[in-house]
Ligand binder design. Structure first.
Ligand SMILES: [Cu+2]
Length: 346
């Protein structure tokens, strides 16, 4: 009897020790600012994102190169029609972040992101036959932004918590990076790349978010986050304000393994202002061809594993698939996105 009591106490203390961390404690890896840390705790995180876009859509409906070539060039009379058509774009992001909790009710976050963008395009004759002249690629890369934020606890019970976020974000990436472009006159000329190929806009933004995480039972939880990003200081042009709503379901298969499904709604305003040197006969040179609505679904997995010494290492992976794209005017079609993250607490 006494022995079984000892086992019970031992078993209980071991399980409460393990209960400190489980795969389900953190949201799917694509959700930012989802969790808290205990007073004095640090966390380091590295995230990698790869996003692919292919083909084009006009007011949300897929269209061919022929259709794009038939559209007027609104930025200049020569050529009269759009003559350079984006084919494929990839964006790669590497994000490094730190979290530190000065108390149990506040966690600070510091983040910096490196981004690279690549685009393949076709150039067509400006008039007459409109035949294909050739294809070319442009690319740009830079540190894109740095941000400093705080999470603060609003309410917490055994199975339910609410917290808020305020973050200030500064875009530091280049806003007038050039690259060689194949023009409709069949010349390779170095030009300032269109807005979508720039890494930054030098704007300062403030983000406000509210997050709720609710345990249904030991193995299931649901989470929700509403986030708004607003430009408070800017240069001659800047990317639009955004509103984002995330909701997710997570299921714990075992302490060190959870799977998730998430739905993400995002709205972004068009670009405000313009750059006088961005005038090519291509859709991305027009500030009207930015922003709109998109709904994505994601499937994810969180894993805890002992790779390095100290607390268990966290690895998260998510695959993102767009299910609804209602972007303004003429834009590229979002294909898929992959997000991979590594987190370590100290
Ligand atoms: Cu953290």
């Amino acid at each position: 009897m006494r022995r079984s009591l000892v086992y019970l106490i031992l078993g209980f203390s071991v399980s409460t020790c393990f209960a400190n961390s489980s795969a389900i404690d953190h949201a799917p890896i694509g959700v930012m600012g989802d969790h808290f840390h205990k007073s004095g705790e640090f966390m380091l995180s590295i995230r990698y994102g790869h996003m692919s876009m292919k083909g084009n859509r006009l007011n949300g409906i897929a269209i061919s190169d022929e259709d794009v070539k038939a559209l007027p060039n609104p930025l200049s009379a020569i050529p009269p029609k759009l003559s350079i058509v984006p084919q494929k774009m990839t964006m790669t992001m590497a994000m490094i972040g730190g979290m530190y909790a000065p108390s149990d009710s506040v966690t600070l976050m510091l983040m910096s992101m490196f981004m690279s963008k690549d685009m393949d395009l076709n150039t067509y004759q400006p008039m007459m036959s409109r035949a294909l002249i050739g294809s070319f690629s442009t690319s740009s890369s830079d540190i894109s932004n740095v941000s400093l934020g705080a999470l603060f606890k609003i309410y917490e019970s055994h199975s339910n918590r609410w917290h808020g976020e305020i973050t200030v974000d500064k875009s530091v990436g280049g806003i007038d990076k050039p690259d060689k472009v194949l023009t409709p006159m069949n010349m390779h000329i170095e030009m300032i790349l269109p807005y979508g190929m720039q890494i930054g806009d030098k704007a300062t933004r403030i983000t406000g978010a509210i997050t709720n995480v609710r345990h249904i039972n030991n193995n299931w939880l649901v989470g929700g986050q509403a986030k708004a990003k607003h430009v408070i200081e800017h240069e001659a042009w800047y990317f639009g304000n955004t509103i984002e709503i995330n909701s997710w379901v997570q299921h714990q298969l075992k302490r060190t393994l959870s799977v998730s499904a998430r739905i993400n709604f995002k709205y972004e305003d068009k670009i405000s202002g313009r750059h006088s040197m961005i005038t090519g006969p291509v859709q991305t040179a027009n500030p009207e061809n930015y922003g709109g609505k998109q709904i994505d679904v994601t499937l994810g997995v969180n894993v805890l594993a002992q790779i390095f010494s100290g607390e268990e290492d966290r690895i998260g992976l998510e695959l993102v698939f767009p299910i609804e794209q209602d972007k303004y005017n003429l834009q590229m079609d979002s294909d898929y996105e992959l997000i991979l993250g590594y987190q370590k607490s100290f």
